[in-house]
Design a protein around this ligand. Structure first.
Ligand code: NAD
Length: 319
């Protein structure tokens, strides 16, 4: 079986491709954009390119024709779509980037899935679709009608667009809602990377909502386990569409997260406590019982273990 993984040079795409390449042929695509340092993307790719069953094409999601050729040439019937403009805060000043990659780009993926009779399209959604829903833990059928940011709106749109394609064209689709993913080779725009970098460089950390955010921080290997588990769990209902949360199920305060980093680095941070930012959600907490029931999902890495693994990687990578 050959799987097309979009966004393979990204944080999650890299780890997922590394894992699945031992079982399947992986064709990866990515436009290697400069939302954050493309060197990190290139270094992830270097590792992937050493694997025998991995091939890479540098392409934008908007290039329908070229992606169509790649799908046909490689006889692809399975797609895991991770490429997107990520990040809640960046969407405040750059909604257009989200419209292009997440809405137009996603439409291309749906059309390509239809035209090529894809057997299963698994795609990345986010815990941000829950907005400030307070019915914790958040279940897949909880209300997602009030996204607080355009990033969340773009991902919610993906879910409803895919639902209609599942209904009309019978394309089996699975949306996976990730909850704050962290780990080695993580994104420089996310808290773990930023906090670590600033502590080491003695710079001030902007701590929004005074660190009182709660996040269901989920270690990358658990996210990969969840995605790998749903790949062969093809929805068979009349409308073959399914949504799963992939989280840790144990929310922690951002300030605790920072304290764990300080403990391992053996160094105190300098903090600027700031109010809640527009578009930010106060708390996320995943109910993962559906994924547990369907694929036996069980998150394995505690936040202490996960942060330690990240810091070990960080120190080695930047030495
Ligand atoms: N990391 C998280 O905590 C998290 C949480 C929820 C959802 N997600 C979603 O998971 C997916 C992967 O996230 P990530 O953290 O690995 O982000 P990432 O930015 O590291 O990876 C996304 C990759 O997609 C590529 N890309 C973006 N736009 C593209 C386009 N138009 N054409 C081709 N390639 C393009 C980027 O170059 C990047 O390498 C995204 O869809 C993101 O929205 C991530």
């Amino acid at each position: 079986m050959t799987i097309l993984i979009t966004g393979c040079a990204g944080f999650i795409g890299f780890h997922l491709s590394s894992e699945l390449v031992s079982k399947y042929k992986i064709v990866g695509i990515d436009n290697l954009n400069n939302y954050y340092d493309p060197e990190l993307k290139k270094n992830r790719l270097k590792i992937l390119k050493n694997k025998r069953n991995f091939s890479f094409y540098k392409i934008d999601l908007l290039n329908y024709k070229k992606i169509n050729q790649i799908i046909k040439k490689n006889k692809i019937k399975h797609i895991i779509h991770l490429a997107a403009q990520a990040g809640v805060r960046h969407s405040i000043n750059n909604p257009g980037a989200y419209f292009k990659s997440n809405i137009e780009g996603f439409f291309n993926i749906l059309e390509l899935s239809k035209v090529n009779k894809i057997k299963h399209l698994v795609f990345a959604s986010t815990s941000s679709v829950y907005g400030d829903n307070k019915n914790f833990p958040l279940k897949e059928n909880s209300n997602t009608d009030t996204p607080l940011s355009f990033y969340a709106a773009s991902k919610k749109s993906n879910e409803v667009m895919a639902y209609s394609y599942s209904n009309i064209y019978k394309i089996p689709c699975t949306a996976v809602r990730f909850f704050t993913v962290y780990g080695p080779f993580g994104r420089p725009d996310m808290s773990l990377f930023k906090f670590t970098n600033k502590i080491i460089k003695n710079q001030y950390i902007n701590l929004y909502n005074r660190g009182n955010h709660e996040r269901d921080f989920t270690y990358i290997d658990d996210i990969v386990d969840g995605i790998a588990g749903v790949v062969n769990k093809i929805p068979k209902n009349k409308i073959p569409f399914k949504v799963y949360n992939i989280g840790n199920g144990k929310p922690r305060k951002l300030i605790d997260y920072l304290n764990i980093i300080e403990k391992f680095l053996n160094k105190k941070s300098k903090v600027k406590k700031l109010p809640l930012q527009a578009g930010d959600i106060v708390k996320t907490h995943a109910d993962v019982s559906l994924l547990k029931k369907d694929i036996g999902y069980k998150p394995k890495t505690s936040i202490e273990q996960g942060i330690k693994k990240f810091l070990d990687w960080y120190v080695e990578y930047f030495k």
